[in-house]
Design a protein around this ligand. Structure first.
Ligand SMILES: C[C@@](CO)(OP(=O)(O)O)[C@H](O)COP(=O)(O)OP(=O)(O)OC[C@H]1O[C@@H](n2ccc(N)nc2=O)[C@H](O)[C@@H]1O
Ligand SMILES: Nc1ncnc2c1ncn2[C@@H]1O[C@H](COP(=O)(O)OP(=O)(O)O)[C@@H](O)[C@H]1O
Length: 315
């Protein structure tokens, strides 16, 4: 009897979408970024990234993408512009090693949807390649590299429910007493984050230097009461997003009239997120929205973990 030999090592990392329960935005800083007080929540709508070491005959690096049927594959670059390639280059430079790896990304998080799908992939790439290269990056260094990749990327590493300050990159985990049920309705056409921030500046030229705080909402999150949380959800990018995409206002009203505790735009949009009381309530609402002609309606609960290794069945 021969014992099977593992010829390659596969590392699979799962990374979640986020919703901003509170997105308080201040006037732009000198570097152009907006100061934020935000409360992130990671929800169970995830991308999986698998990294494999190339064989000796193989190209040192390649990136493949598989997408859910509601995602346009053409919306995601597969060259050096992909944030996964940027993460690999940054981590390799940090350790002075060459970039090596075959990467497969299985995307379920809608693209340019305000759900931080690219940030989730970047965090997954940092965790997977650190393990694949046996680089042993410290947590502090991983967070620093994550912040270089994007304001939302440190939260994608940490997950759960957390406070984000600075430009969103300074993340502190929060006590969360609930299981929160969300119905997510993505749009076929994305909204570009910089466009929505630019529109915020146009609509609110007198925005405060210090972004609005989230104190009451933090109490609601700790209490676990969805009715209380629903009242306190706040997104300062909602008005600019709705101004750019008035159709989203109709969708928010529809979800609320069908019984959602509250509908909000997720981050810079255009995904609409509806808070529900329970999993049954979320399923009922999803059914109602589909009967009204929405073809893509997703149910997800939070809070879930940040980027983490999962068992690889193909390894
Ligand atoms: C709006 C939010 C809310 O969580 O999420 P999304 O809706 O994109 O998912 C984030 O602030 C998006 O974070 P992220 O997508 O990582 O942004 P980055 O790559 O750092 O920046 C992209 C661009 O967004 C603008 N930006 C981003 C963050 C910030 N605090 N102020 C900004 O003005 C800048 O124009 C910047 O050039
Ligand atoms: N791995 C990736 N996944 C998604 N988008 C990516 C990725 N790499 C680069 N991008 C680019 O980043 C943009 C923002 O994507 P995403 O993170 O999904 O949206 P958002 O900032 O709204 O949360 C996309 O329009 C796409 O061009």
């Amino acid at each position: 009897m021969s014992i099977p030999v593992r010829t390659s090592v596969n590392i699979t990392v799962r990374s979640a979408a986020k919703i901003n329960l509170h997105l308080g935005v201040g006037a732009p800083r000198d570097d152009g970024f907006h100061p934020l007080t935000t409360v992130y929540q990671a929800v169970g709508l995830c991308d999986d990234l698998t990294a494999t070491l190339p064989g000796e005959q193989d190209a040192p690096w390649d990136l493949r993408l598989r997408v859910a049927d509601y995602i346009d594959p053409g919306a995601v670059p597969v060259d050096d512009d992909n944030i996964v390639a940027r993460a690999a280059t940054l981590l390799a430079a940090h350790h002075g090693v060459p970039v090596r790896g075959h990467i497969d990304v299985d995307k379920a998080i809608p693209v340019a949807g305000g759900l931080a799908g690219g940030s989730a992939d970047a965090a997954a790439a940092l965790v997977a390649l650190d393990r694949l290269w046996d680089a042993r990056t410290s947590d502090d260094d991983l967070l620093t590299l994550a912040a270089e990749l994007g304001s939302d990327v440190p939260f994608a590493l940490i997950g759960g429910t957390a406070l984000g300050t600075g430009r969103g990159e300074l993340v502190t985990p929060l006590p969360d007493g609930g299981t929160w049920w969300w119905v997510l309705v993505p749009s076929r056409d994305g909204l570009a984050t910089p466009d929505v921030y630019r529109h915020f500046d146009k609509l609110f030229p007198d925005a405060p230097a210090v972004p609005p705080p989230a104190d009451e909402l933090l109490d609601a999150v700790a209490s676990g009461d969805p009715v209380r949380l629903a009242r306190l959800l706040r997104n300062d990018l909602q008005e600019p997003a709705l101004d750019l995409r008035p159709d989203l206002g109709v969708l928010l009203e529809r979800g609320e009239s069908e019984g959602a505790l509250r509908g909000i735009i997720s981050g810079s949009g255009p995904t609409c997120a509806f808070l529900c009381e329970s999993s049954d309530h979320a399923r009922d609402l999803a059914g109602a929205l589909m009967r009204h002609g929405r073809t893509v309606v997703l149910v997800a609960n939070g809070a879930v973990a940040g980027a983490h290794l999962v068992e690889n069945l193909h390894g």
